[in-house]
Design a protein around this ligand. Structure first.
Ligand code: FAD
Length: 292
């Protein structure tokens, strides 16, 4: 199935994001999580694309295994970082050949330093919309793009953020998935601004449960996500107790998902960090509040 169609349907989608494993231990952790989440019958699962090196091939290998050995529907993330257009064409052909027809098309960040200067490959792309167009002309792909409820760190202002996001959607994106965030109103503002600009691409919120306090600090560093003081206070109040922090992370993510769904979000995309427990608890909580 095309993820674009699933996300556009009235029933909310539930999906999980993983990263390509490193080493035997990483492989085992990932496959344990996949097998534990499989019975929940998520709408799809996605595998991120590394900044470079050997683990890029792992994205293809992992999505192929998911397609052939599980009942799950895989989506591969793909970035333009350090790839010529010819290499991207080749990779796209490879994904099609292994049965992966759903791709999240991304520009990517400079390897090593996410805030460093972006330098396009001399024969490559500068922005994600070019990769969207390439995918759309390469075959029958359902294509997703990234969205940023708190604005992309490189965008000078909100208006240019929306203008570029809408242009990226118009290049052929079928759906969008957001960067993680904590305040539901940021997602609603992005959705409303996109609709006001005449674009109806469904924007699925990305949600990551915080499972330890270190996690909380890393998130702010890596994604630029703003942690509302009220939420930071709740975590700091229990910072000495790892079990309480984890439980609170599940509770806060449940509250966020619940609100997003009641505000009309087309689904929830859970960033799992290759673990299943916290995500399964949130899933259970959501089902007990409102049948989904
Ligand atoms: P773009 O859409 O190209 O946007 C980048 C910047 O350029 C923005 O500021 C935008 O406003 C601006 N811009 C866009 N078009 C134009 C234009 N025509 N002219 C001028 N400015 C323009 N990274 C990975 O490496 N691997 C992953 O697997 C991965 N998965 C992700 C999944 C999700 C759901 C999200 C939200 C992000 C993910 N990222 C991943 C991170 C992403 O690659 C970075 O955030 C990157 O900096 C932006 O990618 P983009 O596709 O949004 O780029």
């Amino acid at each position: 199935p095309a993820i674009g169609d699933l996300v556009a349907a009235p029933e909310p989608t539930f999906s999980f994001e993983f990263f390509p494993p490193r080493g035997d231990k990483g492989e085992k952790t990932l496959w344990t999580a996949l097998r534990e989440l499989e019975p929940l019958q998520p709408s799809f699962v996605s595998v991120t694309y590394g900044a470079g090196g050997g683990n890029r091939a792992k994205t293809i290998e992992t999505t192929e295994r998911i397609a052939t050995e599980t009942t799950l529907l895989p989506m591969a993330h793909l970035t333009a970082v350090n790839h010529s257009v010819a290499e991207l064409r080749n990779l796209i052909g490879h994904f099609a050949a292994v049965g992966v027809r759903n791709i999240l098309a991304l520009r990517g960040d400079p390897p090593g330093d996410v805030s460093g200067e972006w330098i396009a490959h001399p024969d490559g792309f500068t922005h994600a919309h070019e990769l969207v167009s390439l995918l759309k002309e390469s075959g029958d792909f359902s294509v997703g793009v990234a969205a940023f409820p708190e604005r992309h760190p490189r965008s000078p202002d909100w208006d240019s953020e929306i203008r570029h996001f809408v242009a990226k959607c118009r290049a052929g994106a079928d759906f969008a998935i957001t960067q993680m965030f904590f305040n539901w109103a940021d997602w609603a503002r992005l959705r409303d601004a996109t609709v006001a600009a005449g674009c109806d691409v469904p924007i699925v919120p990305g949600v990551m449960p915080v499972i330890n306090v270190r996690n909380l600090e890393r998130i702010a560093e890596l994604t630029g996500a703003h942690i509302p003081p009220a939420i930071a206070d709740r975590f700091h109040a229990v910072a000495e107790d790892p079990v309480a922090v984890r439980d609170l992370g599940v509770e806060i993510a449940t509250e966020l998902c619940d609100r997003l769904l009641s505000e009309g979000a087309p689904g929830i995309h859970f960033i799992t960090m290759n673990r299943s427990t916290a995500t399964r608890e949130i899933w259970q909580n959501l089902r007990s509040v409102a049948p989904v």
